[in-house]
Design a protein around this ligand. Sequence first.
Ligand SMILES: Nc1ncnc2c1ncn2[C@@H]1O[C@H](COP(=O)(O)OP(=O)(O)OP(=O)(O)O)[C@@H](O)[C@H]1O
Ligand SMILES: [Mg+2]
Length: 337
Amino acid sequence: MSLIVLDHLEKSYGTIPALRDLSLQVPEGCLYGLLGPNGAGKTTTLRILATLLAPDLGDVRIAGLDGLKDQREIRRLIGYVAQEVAIDKILTGRELLALQGDLYHLRPKQRNQRIDELIEMLGMDPWIDRRCGTYSGGMRRRLDLAAGLLHRPQLLILDEPTVGLDIESRAVIWNVLRDLRDQGTTVLLSTHYLEEVEALADRMAIIDAGTVIAEGTPNDLKKRLGGDRVTLRVREFSNEQEAETICDLLEPLDGVQNIVINRSQGHSLNLVVDGEQVLPRLRLCLEEAGLPVFALAQSRPSLDDVYLQATGRTLMDAELAIAGQRDPKQERKQAMR
Ligand SMILES: Nc1ncnc2c1ncn2[C@@H]1O[C@H](COP(=O)(O)OP(=O)(O)OP(=O)(O)O)[C@@H](O)[C@H]1O
Ligand SMILES: [Mg+2]
C-alpha cells in the first residue's frame, strides 16, 4: 500500500516554476530516496508533504488523509527534518529537545525517557549538555534528526540529511534510518548523493526540473538501461557538430542501443551497448572514418548513467547548468535524440 500519493503536482514561486506535473507514490514501510540536482524541486516536494507549503495544483495524500484539508492529523503522523535549521545557540541540545517535546504535548516523564533513548540511538551523550552554539555540522544534523523522531512518527521526511557530513556522522545517520525502516517507519529522504541512494534506498525517484524522470528500485533503474556502458572520446572530437557526426556514424552499428552526448566532460559520448563484440566494432568504424579513438572505457551502469541517459547531463553538470540558468527541458529533448 502507498503511504504517500502525490498526483500531478504543480508549484511555482511567482514566475519561477518549481514542480511541473510531479506524480509519485511511496509504499508504506520503505526507505525511499529522492535524487536530484540543485533546484530540481526536492525541498518543494518535501515541504508540500510536511504541509508547510500548498501546491498550486494537484493532490497530496498521506495515509489516506488529504494534504490540504487534514493538516493537523498529518502533522501528528510525520517528522520533518528540514534542509537548513536555525538552531537556538544558547540552549543545550537536551533543553532544545525538551522544548520540542513540549510542542508535541509529550508528558514530562515520557518526554525525558524518549530524549534519553534518542541520545543513545544517535550517540549524542558526550555533547548533548553543551550549548548548541558550540556544535559541529554533524552534531547539529543528529540533533535535528532526534527532534524529528521525538513523537515516534509513522513517516519521517528528511531533506538532505547528510550533506557536508564527515563519514562517521553520515554512518550514524544511515544506520539509524535503516533501523527505523526495519522497525516499520516509512522514511523519505532527498539527496544529491548517488552513493546515498545506492546504499540506503529500497526505492527511488530521480527528479529533474520539477518532474520525476525515473522511478523504481536502484537496481531496476540500472537494469532498465540494458547493456553495458561505454564512454568514448575521439581525438578530433571537440565540438557539437563533430559529436553529432560521430553519433550518426555509430548509431547504425550492431549492438549499439543508445547514444547520448555528454557535454559535461569536453564532449564525450555515452553509449549503451549490448554484447562483447561491440568495442572492436566501434574502434574499427571510427578508425576507418579517420577518427582515431582517444579513450574508450566500458563499465556496468551506475545511477549517474541512468541520469545521463534521461537528461544528457551528469548530476554535477546539471547543478552547474541550473546555476547558469540553462533550460534543462530543452537539453533533455536534445538528449533524447
Ligand atoms: N522561496 C523561493 N522563492 C523563489 N524560488 C524558489 C523558492 N524556493 C525554491 N525556489 C525555486 O524553485 C526551484 C526548486 O527549488 P527546490 O528548493 O525545491 O530545489 P531542491 O531540489 O531542493 O534544490 P537543492 O538541492 O539546491 O536543495 C528552484 O528553481 C528554486 O530556485
Ligand atoms: Mg533542497
